[in-house]
Design a protein around this ligand. Structure first.
Ligand code: ZN
Ligand code: ZN
Length: 305
């Protein structure tokens, strides 16, 4: 029997002030978004045995600062990088990205080595925001954050995946009673904002299937959400008793990498709970603005390696 190389992914950072996920299959390693600076990226890749020079491709969901802040600095370090993004996103990228960009469009597949990648449009206040579905010989991973609502195309692309990285941005009550200005509350809760915990669970219930093994709840607001609120929403939705394992991604530290082999009903192969207390401070370029305002800043902030 021929064995299939497993696929590994690791959420290196997630939240309103920085998003970055590594996906690896064999020698091919790509990032989904690069919203963290070079120092943090290098350290977090190092924790899973990788270097920046191991990266070959970056998929960008959209141009908000929490998704592209570290792009210029990464390109300076890894000039062989290919950047895949929507046409609207490309217009916001800096001079240094010229010659590196490959435009992708919703529902048009592309390949990175053995990884087949399909993109889908999401509803968010950005130029051409995307989600991704990555199929390898071992497994399927789907990624959807920064969406205020969802349609059939989103559901179709999340359906049947072995692992989901899915936004659970805010608790609706915490947002409503929280400190943000009303225009921000409206933006976050609106159809071009971010999914609440309950919206995320409702979406999850629609794409749930017996082979779903891992769910990572991502892009969690530090101000308008908590692990306890996500836990409660999961319980209320009735999904907590399902067989998938789940974790909440954090901006403070990477989650343990998850390895997906080709055994659909095999035991979970992640390495345990997320590390706690790894309190990293923002790098140069992060501002003291409220996080959801930072996410609206379209241009990357220059970062030095
Ligand atoms: Zn974001
Ligand atoms: Zn955004």
């Amino acid at each position: 029997m021929t064995s299939v190389i497993p696929t590994r992914f690791c959420v290196l950072a997630s939240g309103s002030n920085g998003n970055c996920t590594l996906v690896e299959h064999g020698e091919q390693r790509l990032l989904i978004d690069i919203g963290i600076g070079p120092r943090v990226l290098t350290r977090r890749l190092g924790e899973i045995g990788l270097n920046v020079s191991d990266l070959s491709h970056v998929l960008l969901t959209h141009e908000h600062g929490d998704h592209i802040r570290g792009l210029d600095a990464l390109l300076a370090r890894q000039p062989k990088l290919t950047i895949h993004c929507g046409p609207g996103t490309a217009k916001f990228l800096g001079e240094s990205t010229v010659g590196h960009i490959e435009i992708v469009r919703p529902d048009r597949d592309m390949a990175v080595g053995p990884m087949q990648i399909s993109t889908f449009a999401v509803s968010h206040d950005a130029a051409s925001p995307l989600g991704f579905r990555i199929e390898t010989p071992a497994a399927t991973l789907a990624y959807a954050t920064d969406l205020g609502t969802y349609d059939d195309a989103v559901l179709r692309h999340l359906d049947g995946a072995d692992a989901l990285i899915l936004e659970a941005n805010h608790d609706a009550t915490m947002l409503r009673n929280g400190p943000y200005a009303s225009f921000l509350k409206t933006r976050i809760a609106g159809p071009k904002g971010h999914l609440s915990n309950d919206q995320s669970m409702a979406l999850l219930a629609q794409v749930l299937h017996s082979r779903l093994r891992h769910v990572i709840f991502a892009h969690r607001s530090a101000v308008n959400n908590s692990d306890e609120a996500i836990d409660k929403s999961l319980e209320t939705s009735g999904l907590a008793s399902e067989s998938f394992t789940w974790q909440v991604a954090s901006r403070r530290g990477p989650l343990p990498p998850v390895t997906l082999d080709a055994t659909p009903h095999g035991p979970p192969s992640d390495d345990g709970p997320a590390p706690n207390g790894n309190d990293e401070r923002p790098e140069n370029g992060a501002t003291s603005l409220p996080q959801e305002i930072q996410t609206m800043l379209p241009f990357p902030t220059n970062l030095a390696w």
